[in-house]
Design a protein around this ligand. Sequence first.
Ligand SMILES: Cc1cc2nc3c(=O)[nH]c(=O)nc-3n(C[C@H](O)[C@H](O)[C@H](O)COP(=O)(O)OP(=O)(O)OC[C@H]3O[C@@H](n4cnc5c(N)ncnc54)[C@H](O)[C@@H]3O)c2cc1C
Length: 502
Amino acid sequence: MDAEVIVVGGGPTGLMLACELRLAGVDVLVVERRGARVSAEARAGGMHARTMEVLDQRGMLEPFLAAGRPMQGAHFSALPLDLSGFATRYPYLLMLLQTKIELLLEERALELGVRLRRPVEVVGLRQDEAGVDVELDGGGWLRGEYVVGCDGGRSRVRKLAGVGFPGTGATLTALLGDVELAEPPAEPIFQERHDHGTIGVLSFEPGWFRVITTEYDRVAGRDEPVTLETLREACVKIAGTDFGMRRPRWLSRFGDAARQAERYRVGRVLLAGDAAHVHFPAGGQGLNLGVQDAVNLGWKLAATVRGWAPEGLLDSYHAERHPVGARVLHNTRAQSALSRPDAQTTALREVVGGLVGVEAVNDLLGGMVTALDVRYPMADGHRGAGDHPLIGVRMPDVDLLPLDGGAPERAFALLRAGRGVLLDLGALDGVHDGWADRVDLVRARCPARTWAIPGVGRVPAPGAVLIRPDGHIAWAARAQGDGDVRAALNAWFGVPAGVLTG
Ligand SMILES: Cc1cc2nc3c(=O)[nH]c(=O)nc-3n(C[C@H](O)[C@H](O)[C@H](O)COP(=O)(O)OP(=O)(O)OC[C@H]3O[C@@H](n4cnc5c(N)ncnc54)[C@H](O)[C@@H]3O)c2cc1C
């Protein structure tokens, strides 16, 4: 074996996954086609709250916060959303270019001991019962126990694994230019809808702007070149001005095709990030979705490689993340439809614009776009879940007072090592040390009487919770004697080590 896990693609998803696997002690090799990061090609321009939270859980958020700029820029089809009331430490959008995000993730991966080979392109793949071989463009093969395709929307791994990618084709043409503007708009986030399409101008860094045009009356051919002239023409056609644009750093084109892999797992091959789903970048969700796929998959794949994964754990990756991806495809389709430049859509926008002003609607859309409201369907009994309202939601970052007299701590700090956490807030009885090699038992007091959970509301603070390494609550008890924590531990963390060895 050349590695326990081979990750194909060193974009945000592949790098985050490699960090998660390495944290769990897995030997990971990332193979990346690009020789070096092309610093001008920064697609995503920001991170949402849940992505900041998952980085915070691992103690790796600080450099991202230091490099980025908080902004109240969340929106649904350019209708502004107010995140200030959300129960998170990060109720904003962090403006940070994708190239910088990748650089910081790569630094962290290398620190953790991830091996990165570049430039290497994967061109072939075959799997058997014991592993997967990937063929490299320069000749030769690499073998891993598992291979994860994090190789973007045109994923070679997905195609080689024979996974279908159904969905809807493009209905519009969007052009993007990172340019200097002699006469920029006054607003830092400028968005307008006109008869021929929409235009957005964002000020990212001093000296240059990102201009995005969307034309609803044509679908560009795949090989049609993008030049400063085509962007200028689109701006003039839509908004009547080109803002004095010049000196492009990067020009690109994209559409609103929305497609999703039928299966996220085929035997020993898995898919994550854009390799598993592509959609219109409305609301800036793609990179976030990929990083969160990686955090869901990482510990499950590590448990499988280490040999303690309970039955079905790896398949729960598809079961949990496919619906989350489908929801993003759905909401981005709705967002692109809501921007169409016809009279009927204008009327619809006015109605929806009014609704967004209603707190409950703002919270629903905000929870969706930030992914703070993601709740995995765990309450199916067979994983010992029970019926507590916290089951499946993300653990909120509540303050805790450890019972051993240690310093006050935030809940996220308990997840630094990427292990499970059984948090006893006074209701746990019995001894549960059979899982000590995978789960930390923490006894603490929580001063908050209720926990605010996006998408659920206020829930009385529980007496105990079992938190998975990805930060989602797998089991919760109201009071002593409530529920069966051993069943939940068995269901998510496998057979206790004592039983295994004894
Ligand atoms: C214009 C635009 C704006 C966007 N804005 C946002 C935003 O604001 N917020 C947001 O969250 N998302 C945004 N996105 C989406 C975001 O860029 C993607 O969702 C994100 O890059 C996905 O990350 P990934 O790692 O899954 O795939 P990618 O970033 O595509 O990375 C895949 C990697 O795999 C490598 N690779 C490909 N094939 C092979 C192979 N055969 N062998 C080896 N390596 C290979 C590639 O070189 C690449 O490095 C935007 C996208 C666009 C187009």
